[in-house]
Design a protein around this ligand. Structure first.
Ligand SMILES: [Ca+2]
Length: 438
């Protein structure tokens, strides 16, 4: 059965009313991939990311979970909501993966702060689908950071063409991803700040808990990888200052749950990874790190060796800090701790976000009996799009394309509304489709 669609696009907002929308060009656009399961530094890292977004330094495209704990995704949602960005998508690994206990008690955290019914990790949008939807629609390069397992990125690389893109996962990453900031590996033998020596098995839990994912993703990654080795964040400690923040700050509560009492200083493996993903090496006289280029060789169990140097065709580097490069004029470790701690405890700014602009044009086609809607992006700050049929939300798009499975009622009016991170919908951009028999 074939259809032809005549469609009329109405939009109420005039271009003049939209002129207050000023995209922040040059801001990195990031996808945050976290286990949010065992250690509390994932929660601290997400707080730092939101604090940087509050300062206009980053746009958060998605928060994605790489662990199987049912309250990992809800815990991420708690932090997104606290910082006033409830509409940022929370994706999750739906296939096989790592499942361990949560030492910061993700379930307790989620139940304290979220309204019932809580959408569990297994009820979230599939990580690979979310990655593909976002990357396919992105006309700017994206930075992906992993502060958990490489499971989602391995699955993304191995994904095939779908309704969002004719590219394979690897081709999509090559086309749209600037770099992978990878918290993993243990490149130097140091004593931790508490005197305990690092385990020098040349890996770290992020890689060794799903070693095949780490090996496959690293060996097949088609763009730059920057490793934030365990020694970077484990030489820094922050968190005690959270006790000066409001008692209902869920990040403070997570650190309290982790320590079984007052919030204390804790390592910064994931927090330092966020700082690098957003601010890079730092700037001016505020330089945190240097890059050391090299080449990694992955071995069984996700152990590895690292060879320093320039290797044509490879884009790999690791972070080095002032302990490794005392000659480089970098900030001292206590100074970097101060930068991270100030971001960790910064009060959410919850500035009103501009209402998202209207979707100005929608193309409609059919494919395999399904209705395919696609449209140009309505600005850089859109978190997602809601697709309405009449008053009913029929789905959410994280890119600029939506497929309606059942098109038997295609004559009903469809509206697509852009949604910003705060959850505010754009006004009355309405697309009315009328089915016309050929
Ligand atoms: Ca982590």
């Amino acid at each position: 059965m074939t259809f032809r669609f005549e469609f009329f696009v109405f939009w109420v907002l005039s271009c003049a009313m939209l002129s207050c929308f000023t995209p922040a060009m040059g801001q990195p656009r990031v996808i945050f991939d976290t286990d949010a399961m065992t250690d509390v530094d994932d929660i601290g890292a997400l707080a730092v990311l939101h604090a940087l977004a509050d300062r206009g330094e980053v746009h958060i495209l998605a928060t994605i979970v790489s662990a199987k704990h049912e309250y990992a995704a809800p815990a991420v949602q708690v932090v997104n909501e606290y910082y006033g960005r409830p509409a940022i998508p929370v994706g999750a690994l739906l296939g096989p993966g790592v499942h361990l206990n949560s030492n910061y008690k993700a379930q307790t955290l989620a139940k304290r702060f979220l309204r019932e019914p809580i959408l569990l990790t297994s009820q979230r949008i599939d990580a690979v689908r979310l990655y593909r939807e976002i990357l396919a629609a992105s006309d700017e390069k994206v930075i992906i950071m992993t502060i958990g397992y490489a499971t989602n990125l391995r699955d993304l690389l191995e994904s095939g063409p779908d309704e969002f893109s004719p590219l394979t996962g690897k081709e999509l990453v090559a086309a749209r991803v600037e770099k992978w900031v990878n918290m993993g590996g243990n490149f130097e033998n140091r004593r931790r700040a508490d005197g305990f020596p690092h385990d020098m098995n040349n890996t770290n839990v992020n890689w060794e808990r799903d070693p095949q994912a780490a090996i496959t993703a690293i060996e097949n990654w088609p763009t730059e990888i920057v490793y934030v080795g365990r020694e970077i964040g484990h030489s820094l400690r922050v968190g005690a200052a959270l006790k000066d923040t409001p008692a209902d700050n869920p990040v403070r509560v997570a650190y309290e749950l982790f320590f079984g009492g007052e919030a204390k200083d804790h390592h910064c493996a994931d927090l330092s990874t966020v700082l690098y993903a957003v601010r890079g090496l730092g700037s001016g006289n505020q330089r945190y790190w240097e890059l050391e280029t090299g080449r990694i060789s992955m071995k069984e169990g996700a152990k590895f060796s690292w060879e320093t140097g320039d290797f044509p065709g490879r884009k790999e580097a690791r972070l080095v800090d002032a302990l490794t490069r005392p000659d480089a004029g970098l900030l001292s470790l206590p100074e970097v701790e101060k930068v991270i701690s100030d971001l960790l405890i910064a009060a959410p700014q919850k500035r009103p976000l501009p209402e998202p602009p209207a979707v100005e044009q929608v193309d409609v086609s059919t494919s395999n009996g399904k209705l395919v809607l696609s449209w140009p992006a309505a600005g850089r700050d859109v978190a997602c799009y809601r697709v309405y049929r009449g008053e009913q939300v029929v789905g959410t798009a994280y890119g600029t394309r939506f497929i309606i499975e059942e098109n038997d009622d295609a004559a009903a009016p469809l509206a697509i509304r852009a949604v910003n991170a705060a959850g505010t919908e754009g006004r009355l951009t309405r697309v009315i489709l009328r089915e016309m028999a050929r």
